[in-house]
Structures are given as structure tokens and as C-alpha cells.
Design a protein around this ligand. Structure first.
Ligand code: ATP
Ligand code: MG
Length: 561
């Protein structure tokens, strides 16, 4: 698809034109402290996509500098999710922990030339001494320590002579700098946590700021693309690279992170939902994680199309969840086979259909794809129809079943409602009708028209399934409000999961886990891993575009014209 280049593409194009012998090298640098979410998908599509587009390469680099929060499960989950999106990580996977030796010796170099020092203030003292926007910071009493002392202390830190929090290494930059991050930032801290790759070899770990730029440089990254909140880290990124003598430093460029309505994209904040048992895990189909979306029935194609559609900019905004849902609908509309299934079943009895008999009718598999052909669906005297498709007293505009009205049963016959039965509470338990045998296939020979078409399944042949119908996990549309909450649980939508017992056409007995299909008039579904041979469990991936949305679109279109 030829689209005009975004600001990143223009910038990279210009840079590559200036140094024609250098290939583009990007990276995606997640911290393995959780599973990837839809916001990460945007960054992945961007970094791997740019590499594809410019014939360069993109690394997956784990920012594994905080061992107390990180583990192998997350590393593997992240690799799997990126590959699922369609990008290759094999041969392109690196770890900041691969560079711990190098980062250590670089830091030693800084101490030796007096550009860093070991600070024995407590973390609170350091924080308080940093000052604020209008107030310069206070220099640490340890700032002017002699070089030999700094070097000796740093080695003792490495050798485990001190408890965590006893001291840190800080860069010696400028305690009066306007940018607070330049006020002697911490480069190394002590932690006794076991690291998932380096084990217990280290008890000091570099901070993000000390590890990130240098890791980029080691890997020959040309463009280090990150989200806008890192803009004020850029001077520090450049300072560190200059200090360690990198001659052709990578260029940090920022873009706006993805925010999605009704969603919160932060691994750290999603974790309590799992720990608190609010959702079933990182792959709960309501989660904005790629693992959850995959289980729910999202396709990599839909997510990549979504990322392309939202594009990149330098202005933070909120993308409407509907844009994501429509990307899935557009993808599945092309390729998902259609099936018949009744979500809230109500019995329909055809009084003039012979008892004990049945037949098979032809149903179209995919109106978007003629090659998908047709299939046989069984039909009989007793059917299940959608409870919503019947009203005992209906307004004139109701085109579905009500006493005296004729409708089409999709792919089958015209039927006319002759009556209904209720239980003691007045709930309709059964609808009765007669059919016109001359309308087999769904058309009348005499040209008689009906306004409504409803779907059905044969009661004798139907299979039962548990349907999990999902709504937004959060009740609030404003992602900033959700993210700002001390406890994101305050914003949960209590109705985010509804479980119903549905009746499906028998061909769905062989539905494979994750394979999408459309239940006509209902939405897109796929079988969940929780399915057993006895019980099929389906996830609703996304409902069909609601009739409301269609009406609104029509109204908008007519206003526009
Ligand atoms: P989280 O709070 O989810 O842990 P993070 O930014 O700390 O978010 P990282 O694992 O450090 O998570 O992120 C890896 C990369 O993904 C970073 O380069 C980051 O800029 C990018 N990223 C994270 N969230 C988003 C988002 N919502 N939109 C676009 N890019 C994102
Ligand atoms: Mg992070």
C-alpha cells in the first residue's frame, strides 16, 4: 500500500541518504516484567516494519536490568508474541545482561576520570537532594570523593561488601541542571535478586539510563525509537554515549505512545489484576495483552493493520477501541466461514412439518469468498431461534416473528407465526408456526416478499456450547484516568464477561481452538482452550458492527453529503 511517509520514515530516509554504506538498525527493547500489550504491538510493528521497509534489521533486546521483577516466563512469552505478530526474533534476540561486563568497565572508566562517584547517601536523601523544577539540587557530601576511593568502593560494591541501599554510583553532571534527569543520575545500584540469566554472578545492576544507550551502541543501532516520555532522557542518553567514547552514536527519536479507550496499557498495572484473581491470567481474553487478544481470536493481520492505520505521530492522543475492533472485523469478514448458532435459544415448532423427519439444506460458507462453497445444515420440525427474534406484541416496524407475521428462515423456508406458549410467569417458552414447503432454500416461487430473515438451528441436531461474551474490561473510557488510579480495580467493568449456553449447528463440533468463524448475525467467535470433548467453549472475538453503529454511520454520511 503506497502511503505518504510519516515523520520517522522521512527522517530515516534522509539519514540513510547521508550515509549510504550504513544499513538501518532498529530495536524493540521490552523489560521482561510481564506480557506484551497492544501498545507494545505498535512499537514492534514500527521498529520491525521500518527495518523491513528500508532493508535493515531489527533486534529484540530484553532490558533485563531489574532482576527482582523479571523472569524467563516473560522472556519466552514476549518472543512468542512477536513471532506470532509475524516478525522474526531468532538470531536477533539480545539481552542487556549480555553487556554487564562491558557496562561495568565503562562505569569504572567514568569513576577513573572523575565523571562519576559512589554516593553513600540513602535513597531518600538522594531523592530529596535532587531539588525540583524551580529549585536546584544539593550536591552530595560524597561528590568530591577521590578517584581511588570511588574505584575501590565500586569494586567492593561488585564484590558484595555492602547491603542493598548502602550506596549507589552516580554520574557527576550538574546538580543545577534544568533537566532533573541530569542532576547526577544513578548509574548502578546494589540488588541481591537472582537474575534469570546471570544467576547470582552480579549483585550490582545498571540503571535503565546507563544500560540503554550503550546497549544500542554495542548492537550498532542507528535509530533508537522510543515513546515521548523518554524525550527528557535524551540529553542523558547522549551524555552517556559521549562519556564512553562512542563515535557514531545511535540517534534517539521519540513518538507518541498508543493509548486506547477503555484500556490500560502498562504491564506493571495489569499484574495486580492477575495476582488478585480478577482475570484468569495474562491471556484472559479481556486483557489488552497480545496473549489475551490471541486467545480471544484477534489475528496478527488485524493487529498489524490496526498499527498501520493509527500510524505514528508526536502528539499523544487516545485511539477509539472501535478502530481496533473494526480492524478485526475487516480481516475476519474476508476469511471467516459463516456458521449458524443461537445465542439465547427459544424453541420454534413448525406445526405442519412432518414429525420425525429431517432434511439437509445448503448454506453459503462465505459470501465474500465464492471459493469457500456451501455446506449442508440439518433442518427439522423443531428449531432453536434467537429469543430476541420473537415478540408476542410487536410494533409494526418489527420485521421478525410475531403472531400472524411471515419471515424467512435463512437458507430454509418462509414460516408464519401461528401462536406461542408461556410459563406461569408469562415468559415465552415456545413459538409455533407453519411453513410453506414451496419456499425451500428461502425464496418463494410466487415472488412473495418478506422483510425479515432470522437464523436457526435444528433442535434435534444442535450441539451445546458455552459462549463467553466479552465487554470492555474497564468501565471508564479514559485510559489516563484508569492508569492514574492507585488501584486500577476501581475502574473495572463488572459486566465484562457474560456466559451463556448456546445452540450451534453440528458442523461446529469440530471447531479447532483459535480458528475464527462468524455466527451469522452475532459476531466472530473461536473455540477456547478450555474446551473439552464434552463441552465446547467459545470466545466472542468481536460482535458484528452494532446496528447502532450502522445507523450512526448512515446519519453521519447523510450529514456529510
Ligand atoms: P509497561 O508499563 O507496560 O511496562 P513500558 O514502556 O515500561 O510499559 P517496556 O517493556 O519498557 O514497557 O516497553 C518496551 C518498548 O515498548 C519501549 O520502547 C516502549 O517505548 C514501547 N511501548 C510501551 N508501551 C507503549 C505504548 N503504549 N505505545 C507505544 N509503544 C509502547
Ligand atoms: Mg519500561
Amino acid at each position: 500500500m503506497a502511503t505518504s511517509p510519516n515523520f520517522l520514515e522521512s527522517l530515516i530516509e534522509a539519514d540513510l541518504a547521508q550515509s549510504p554504506d550504513r544499513a538501518l538498525q532498529t530495536r524493540f527493547p521490552p523489560e521482561p516484567n510481564g506480557y506484551l500489550h497492544i501498545g507494545h504491538a505498535k512499537a514492534i510493528c514500527l521498529n520491525f516494519g521500518l527495518a523491513e521497509r528500508f532493508g535493515g534489521s531489527c533486534n529484540l533486546r530484553f532490558d533485563d536490568t531489574n532482576p527482582s521483577k523479571e523472569n524467563v516466563e516473560y522472556v519466552e512469552g514476549i518472543q512468542r508474541d512477536i513471532e506470532w505478530l509475524g516478525f522474526q526474533v531468532e538470531g536477533h534476540t539480545f539481552y542487556a545482561s549480555d553487556y554487564f561486563d562491558k557496562l561495568f568497565s565503562w562505569c569504572l572508566g567514568l569513576l577513573q576520570k572523575g565523571a562519576a562517584y559512589v554516593d553513600e547517601q540513602s535513597l531518600e536523601e538522594i531523592r530529596a537532594g535532587r531539588g525540583s523544577l524551580g529549585k536546584p539540587g544539593l550536591e552530595s557530601p560524597f561528590r568530591e570523593r577521590p578517584v581511588e576511593e570511588n574505584v575501590a568502593l565500586f569494586k567492593r560494591m561488585r564484590d558484595g561488601d555492602f547491603e542493598p541501599g548502602h550506596c549507589v554510583v552516580r554520574a557527576k553532571i550538574d546538580m543545577a541542571a534544568k533537566n532533573l534527569l541530569m542532576r547526577d543520575p544513578v548509574l548502578y545500584r546494589i540488588s541481591n535478586a537472582h537474575h534469570h540469566r546471570t544467576g547470582d554472578r552480579w549483585c550490582i545492576y545498571p540503571t535503565y539510563d546507563w544500560a540503554h544507550g550503550q546497549s544500542d551502541a554495542i548492537e550498532g543501532v542507528t535509530h533508537s525509537i522510543c515513546t515521548l516520555e523518554f524525550e527528557n532522557h535524551r540529553p542523558l542518553y547522549e551524555w552517556c554515549l559521549e562519556q564512553v567514547g562512542v563515535t557514531d552514536p545511535p540517534k534517539q527519536i521519540e513518538f507518541a505512545r498508543l493509548n486506547l479507550s477503555y484500556t490500560m496499557v502498562s504491564k506493571r498495572k495489569l499484574l495486580p489484576l492477575i495476582e488478585g484473581g480478577i482475570v484468569s491470567g495474562w491471556d484472559d481474553p479481556r486483557m489488552p495483552t497480545l496473549a489475551g487478544m490471541r486467545r480471544r481470536g484477534y489475528t496478527p493481520e488485524a493487529i498489524r493493520a490496526f498499527a498501520a492505520e493509527v500510524g505514528v505521530s508526536r502528539v499523544n492522543g487516545v485511539v477509539d477501541m472501535v478502530v481496533l475492533e473494526n480492524a478485526l472485523r475487516d480481516d475476519l469478514n474476508q476469511r471467516a466461514p459463516r456458521r449458524l448458532g443461537v445465542v439465547r435459544p427459544l424453541k420454534l415448532v413448525i406445526e405442519n412439518y412432518p414429525e420425525g423427519e429431517s432434511e439437509e439444506l445448503d448454506a453459503v460458507n462465505n459470501p465474500q469468498d465464492e471459493a469457500a462453497g456451501t455446506r449442508k445444515v440439518p433442518f427439522g420440525r423443531e428449531l432453536w431461534i434467537e429469543a430476541d427474534d420473537f415478540q408476542s406484541e410487536a410494533p409494526r416496524k418489527f420485521h421478525r416473528l410475531t403472531p400472524g407475521r411471515e419471515v424467512r428462515l435463512r437458507y430454509a423456508y418462509y414460516v408464519t407465526c401461528t401462536g406461542f406458549e408461556c410459563d406461569d410467569d408469562g415468559h415465552v417458552t415456545e413459538v409455533r408456526c407453519s411453513y410453506d414447503p414451496e419456499t425451500r432454500g428461502g425464496d418463494s416461487a410466487d415472488g412473495r416478499k418478506v422483510k425479515g430473515t432470522i437464523h436457526w438451528v435444528s433442535a434435534n441436531h444442535a450441539i451445546d456450547a458455552e459462549l463467553r461474551l466479552y465487554d470492555h474490561l474497564f468501565a471508564s473510557a479514559d485510559p489516563a484516568a484508569i492508569a492514574a488510579a492507585d488501584d486500577v480495580k476501581q475502574h473495572l467493568n463488572p459486566d465484562s464477561l457474560e456466559v451463556v449456553c448456546a445452540k450451534l449447528e453440528p458442523s461446529l463440533a469440530s471447531a479447532a481452538v483459535g480458528e475464527p468463524f462468524q455466527l451469522e448475525r452475532q459476531g466472530y467467535f473461536c473455540a477456547d482452550d478450555d474446551s473439552t470433548p464434552e463441552r465446547l467453549v467459545l470466545n466472542r472475538s468481536v460482535a458484528l458492527r452494532s446496528s447502532w453503529a450502522k445507523i450512526e454511520e448512515r446519519e453521519k454520511a447523510s450529514q456529510g453529503s
